[in-house]
Design a binder for this molecule. Structure first.
Ligand SMILES: *[C@@H]1O[C@H](CO)[C@@H](O)[C@H](O)[C@H]1NC(C)=O
Ligand SMILES: [Cu+2]
Ligand SMILES: [Zn+2]
Length: 208
C-alpha cells in the first residue's frame, strides 16, 4: 500500500507544469564601429527578465537605451520604428508607472567607451503576445531625459538623439515544449491537486 501511495504522489507531482525558461540575444553591429551584445533571460512568464549589456566603442557618458518596435534593419537603425509601445502611452523612465515597454533608460560608457551593466526589468517580457523577440535594441548618441524636460520630443523619445547602433533580438534558447498560457501559478498546480484528492479518496476506499 505504501508503495502505491508513493507512486501516486510521484505521478501527481509530475502534473505540476513548470514554465520553460527563455533566452534571447541581440548582436550589435553597424557602420558606427560600436559593437557588443545584449542578452535577455527570463525563467518564466511571471518573473522579471534579466538583461546583460556589453557595448564597446561608445563616447563616454550616458546613452539612451531602448527596445524599438521593429526588427527591420533595412535602413540601419532608422527602420526599427519608434520605442516598442503596445499600450500607446507616453515615454518614461524604467521605474515609472507610465512608460513605453521599450524604455530601459540609459547605459553609461566609461572613459574607454565600454558600457557593461546588468539589471532586471518587470515590463519587458519574452513571453506571450507582447514578447520583445524579433524587435530591436537601439543605443542612442545622447541622454534619455525620461520625458522630464520641456523639449518637444521628451515625452515621445526622451530626446536621446541619433541612433548609434542596433541589433535584432533573436532566440538564444527556447524550449521545445509548447508555451503554457501565462498565469501566476495556481492553475498549473490544479491538475496535481485534483490528482492528490483522487488518490486520497482511492486510498480510503481501498483501505476500508
Ligand atoms: C557577448 O559579449 C561578451 C563581451 O564581448 C562576450 O564575452 C560574450 O561571449 C558575448 N555573448 C555571446 C552569446 O555572444
Ligand atoms: Cu530609442
Ligand atoms: Zn520611450
Amino acid at each position: 500500500m505504501k508503495v502505491l501511495i508513493a507512486l501516486a504522489l510521484l505521478g501527481c507531482s509530475s502534473l505540476v507544469k513548470a514554465d520553460q525558461p527563455k533566452k534571447a540575444i541581440a548582436f550589435l553591429q553597424g557602420t558606427s564601429g560600436v559593437t557588443g551584445n545584449i542578452t535577455l533571460s527570463q525563467p518564466s512568464c511571471t518573473e522579471p527578465v534579466f538583461i546583460e549589456v556589453t557595448v564597446f566603442g561608445l563616447t563616454p557618458g550616458k546613452h539612451g537605451f531602448h527596445i524599438h518596435e521593429k526588427g527591420d534593419l533595412n535602413d540601419g537603425c532608422a527602420s526599427t520604428g519608434g520605442h516598442y509601445n503596445p499600450d500607446k502611452v507616453t515615454h518614461g523612465a524604467p521605474n515609472d508607472q507610465v512608460r513605453h515597454v521599450g524604455d530601459l533608460g540609459n547605459i553609461v560608457a566609461d572613459e574607454n567607451g565600454l558600457a557593461k551593466t546588468s539589471f532586471s526589468d518587470t515590463v519587458v517580457s519574452l513571453y506571450g503576445s507582447r514578447s520583445v523577440l524579433g524587435r530591436a535594441f537601439v543605443v542612442h548618441a545622447g541622454v534619455d531625459d525620461f520625458g522630464k524636460t520641456n523639449h518637444p520630443d521628451s515625452l515621445k523619445t526622451g530626446n536621446a538623439g541619433g541612433r548609434v547602433v542596433c541589433g535584432v533580438i533573436g532566440v538564444l534558447f527556447l524550449s521545445d515544449e509548447p508555451e503554457q498560457p501565462c498565469s501566476s501559478g495556481t492553475p498549473t498546480v490544479l491538475p496535481a491537486l485534483i490528482c492528490l484528492l483522487i488518490t486520497f479518496f482511492a486510498v480510503r476506499v481501498l483501505g476500508n
